[in-house]
Design a protein around this ligand. Structure first.
Ligand code: GLV
Ligand code: GLV
Length: 393
């Protein structure tokens, strides 16, 4: 298993658990150790190959902490189930890399890590939005190339976002957090698209608008778009916050890009294949006033040819959840998912804060196929009072 050398923790553990990458922090290893798990952690700077994953799972494996860079298709899942695996804890909130239907058919629980990365990922989307609007990367490039000859009236003029219209596609946890940051902080009017009305978000914007009016300021508005085209045509910033599946792949293609305002900003911090990246390159080339801000790519880690050469594209390498506090918390949640399933505990729902404390609930924090597997849910009455999520560090 060259390139994927394993380090073993708690070698006498009864369950054998494989982590396909070292994870930040140590709490996750303690949780697994306390639950009688022997943990084998694979190393290396690059994602494991299929063969390395198969070798790491081996002939007996009770659970895996998996990465979003690994494609857990039917074949890999069957290998895991044959090895006795009962849980695959994805180290991410998204799980488009896992064939969940197949996992369910095999009786393998699939975990994810929601909640802990909501604001963190929304903050990165905000950072990208402003980096694109105010040409931050072009500015740094100009400085680096020694082309700054002094302040000029029309040097790198950008786009003002204050009181403009924000389009949020997918108003789930991250989309709603991002919307609130820009509505509250920058008084943007919100138009959102979601299969369901987000009553909480609408109520927030209404209350915030009333607050502004009570201070003699213009209110902010919120409306749910009837169609994607309607949102694309009206928004100054369009930010994608959807899960990737067959219905959302290439949601933004050449025709959709053509619907957007000439000066619009497209932000994608969700999943690369939501956008036809070659069409985006062509659009950015033809529309120099348009901006794209990307954290994810269609063929990660490859980028579409020409993408990075475009001055109107800002891009970072899939950093949405990348803060130390969040990544340590994700490790804790992923481990708790493994521990919960292997211990036969019920499945939690809602705020994951209590799992970060010293006395975590005897539950699996988030199993996406819990209902399909008929895993018991933790009854509300059994739940301890939620502790506040400890502050970022
Ligand atoms: C990251 O992309 C995640 O889904 O957590
Ligand atoms: C710009 O630096 C200004 O003072 O207006």
């Amino acid at each position: 298993m060259s390139g994927a050398l394993c380090e073993t923790h708690h070698p006498d553990g009864r369950f054998r658990v494989v982590a396909t990458k070292p994870l930040p922090g140590t709490r996750w290893l303690e949780l697994l150790g306390d639950a009688d798990c022997r943990v084998e952690v694979c190393g290396g700077q690059r994602p494991l190959t299929r063969e390395e994953i198969v070798a790491a799972v081996g002939a007996r494996c009770d659970g895996v902490l998996a990465q979003l860079t690994e494609r857990w298709d039917a074949e890999l899942l069957e290998g895991l189930a044959t090895a006795g695996g009962r849980v695959l804890a994805n180290y991410a909130v998204g799980y488009d890399n896992v064939d969940v239907a197949r996992a369910t058919a095999l009786g393998v629980a699939v975990g994810n890590t929601p909640g802990i990365l909501t604001e963190t990922t929304a903050e990165l989307a905000v950072a990208l939005t402003f980096a694109a609007a105010r040409r931050v990367v072009e500015g740094q490039r100009l400085l680096g190339e020694g082309r700054f000859t002094g302040w000029l009236p029309s040097l790198l003029l950008g786009k003002r976002l204050w009181r403009k219209t924000l389009g949020v596609v997918g108003a789930g946890r991250i989309g709603a957090a991002y919307a609130r940051m820009l509505v509250e902080g920058h008084k943007m009017d919100l138009v959102y698209l979601d299969l369901q009305a987000s009553e909480e978000l609408e109520a927030f914007v209404a209350a915030y608008g009333a607050f502004l009016e009570s201070r003699g300021e213009a209110p902010v508005s919120c409306r749910r778009a009837a169609t994607l085209d309607e949102l694309l045509e009206s928004a100054d910033v369009v930010s994608l916050h959807l899960a990737l599946d067959d219905s959302t792949r290439h949601l933004i293609d050449a025709a959709r890009l053509a619907r957007m305002k000439d000066e619009a900003i497209l932000v994608n911090s969700a999943r690369g294949p939501l956008v036809d990246e070659d069409a985006l390159v062509a659009h950015c080339r033809r529309h120099p006033s348009f901006s794209a801000a990307l954290d994810v790519f269609e063929r990660e880690p490859e980028l579409a040819p020409g993408l990075l050469d475009l001055p109107n594209v800002v891009a970072v390498p899939h950093l949405g959840s990348a803060t130390g506090w969040t990544r340590r918390g994700m490790a804790t949640l992923a481990a708790a998912n493994v521990v919960g399933v292997l211990s036969g505990w019920p499945v939690w729902s809602g705020d994951v804060g209590p799992f970060l404390g010293s006395d975590p609930p005897r539950a699996a924090p988030s199993i996406v196929n819990a209902a399909a597997l008929c895993l018991p849910a933790l009854a509300a009455a059994q739940r301890p009072r939620d502790e506040a999520v400890s502050s970022d560090a």
